[in-house]
Design a binder for this molecule. Structure first.
Ligand code: NDP
Length: 445
């Protein structure tokens, strides 16, 4: 049995109840065969056994009192995956689906993503099965305070710097930061995605969506093309989806879809982003409302159709894991889709990814394509350490450069290892090499 097959067998046995983690780990490990099979040093130093095992995983109780005075209890997580190249860094997700498998998959992916940014950040992820949807601001605040009352002892500006993710935006980061500061009595850069008046970075809110467009733009430039006149299908209606739409529209593309967990909107004439922002950001409402306002738009309930059923040149899955399956991939390709960029983490199932690659679709995996968020979090950390604030334009220009660099590094790695145009392989190898070298340099720890 090869070294990689042995590692896959180990995780399939040890982590049998963690399908998302196994899926993410397998996808990376498959890409690494080409490196690991050539050099026995990896096996001798147990590099992969160490890589797939988080340095630390913390699970904790989060009790809080709802508006009716009843005590509620949620489960909190922080997985500190790998600190070989810097302090743990990665978001917090508040969603009822959160469990140890999902947090481990996200933390594992984050390790390679952070490496690709070129910034000194290790990988981590956390969150809770708490659902902020339908809760009052006071309930969200009490939950966030209770969550931070445990989390604070595990994090710090040089140890672990969490950020937002699904269900965690500016409001939640604010409540958590307030509680952290009250407990430790220090104003320091322990979270990113903070408000602009209290340590946040301009352009952090837009960064993941903008970064997704910048990496695809760099590819389009390379093939002598651009976004002008392209039709773009986007899934999700949150932070990543909205700012990806904003940037790609500004570059001349037409965005025709967006979705939430209940259903999707198809607006052939082009989505009105102001309406969408009012519904999803300001009113925290359901996306179906959009079709009440724009009568030429069609709303399809999730039980009746998929967001990927429509014709487009470019598809940007920006909602959640495993939201683009093999049948969706076939539909997209038969409808003329040529580029897929993952704004979300692991939105595409493995067989669907393979299908895209086999059909010559330019496929940008999340660990490269959505790295703009964490990269800008890294820039927020730099500003906090230097006690400086850069302008929107300065941060945006740095983000653009980081995404262009990521494109060139995954493109080069794909070529170097004999699979030109396979950005999945390129991203996994380029991300892995830096982390692996740091782990080797630092000995068996
Ligand atoms: P938000 O909470 O802002 O938005 C998430 C969106 O996805 C919502 O529209 C939500 O719909 C939808 N969604 C969630 N679960 C499902 C589901 N099971 N099926 C269909 N739709 C669903 O999150 P973000 O935009 O921040 O994150 C989206 C993705 O991007 C995630 O995978 C996240 O890990 C990834 N990401 C985010 C980064 C960031 O900076 N925010 C950075 C890098 C990656 P509903 O309103 O119905 O819940």
């Amino acid at each position: 049995m090869s070294y990689i097959d042995n590692i896959i067998a180990i995780i399939e046995k040890k982590d049998a109840g963690q399908p998302e983690f196994i899926q993410a780990a397998k996808e990376v490990l498959e890409s690494l065969r080409i490196i690991v099979d050539q050099d026995s040093i990896y096996e001798k130093s147990g590099l992969l056994e160490r890589l797939v095992e988080p340095e630390r995983a913390i699970i904790f109780r989060v009790p809080w009192v709802d508006d009716a005075g009843k005590v509620q209890v949620n489960r909190g997580f922080r997985v500190q995956y790998n600190s070989a190249i810097g302090p743990y860094k990665g978001g917090l997700r508040f969603h009822p689906s959160v469990n140890i498998s999902i947090i481990k998959f996200l933390g594992f992916e984050q390790t390679f993503k952070n490496s690709l940014t070129g910034l000194p950040m290790g990988g981590g992820k956390g969150g809770s099965d708490f659902d902020p949807k339908g809760k009052s601001d006071n309930e969200v605040m009490r939950f966030c305070q209770s969550f931070m009352t445990e989390l604070y002892r595990h994090i710090g500006p040089d140890t672990d710097v969490p950020a937002g993710d699904i269900g965690v935006g500016g409001r939640e980061i604010g409540f958590m930061y307030g509680q952290y500061k009250k407990i430790v009595n220090r104003f320091e850069g322990v979270l990113t995605g903070k408000g602009i008046g209290w340590g946040g970075s301009l352009a952090r809110t837009e960064a993941t969506g903008y970064g997704l467009i910048y990496i695809v733009e760099e590819y389009l430039k390379k093939i002598g093309d651009g976004f002008k006149g392209k039709t773009v299908a986007i899934s999700g209606g949150g932070n990543v989806a909205i700012f990806a739409a904003q940037k790609v529209m500004s570059l001349g593309a037409t965005v025709v879809s967006m979705s939430d967990s209940n259903g999707s909107i198809y607006h052939k004439a082009g989505l009105n982003l102001d309406t969408m922002k009012d519904i999803k950001i300001i009113n925290r409402d359901r996306i179906s409302k959009y079709a009440d306002i724009h009568k030429d738009a069609v709303y399809t309930d999730v039980s009746k159709g998929r967001v990927w059923d429509i014709p487009c040149d470019i598809a940007l899955p920006c909602a959640t894991q495993n939201e683009l399956l093999i049948d969706d991939a076939k539909k997209l390709v038969s409808n003329g889709c040529k580029i897929v960029g993952e704004g979300a983490n692991m939105p595409t199932a493995m067989d669907a990814t393979e299908y895209f690659l086999s059909k010559g679709v330019a496929f940008f995996p999340g660990k490269a394509a959505n790295a703009g968020g964490v990269a800008t979090s890294g820039l927020e950390m730099s500003q906090n350490s230097a006690r400086l604030s850069w302008s929107f334009e300065e941060v945006d220009a740095k983000l653009n450069k980081i995404m262009a660099n990521i494109f060139h590094s995954i493109d080069s790695a794909a070529k170097e290892y004999g699979k030109p145009g396979n950005f999945v392989l390129g991203a996994n190898i380029a991300g892995f090499k830096k982390v692996a070298k740091a782990m080797m340099d630092q000995g068996v720890v």
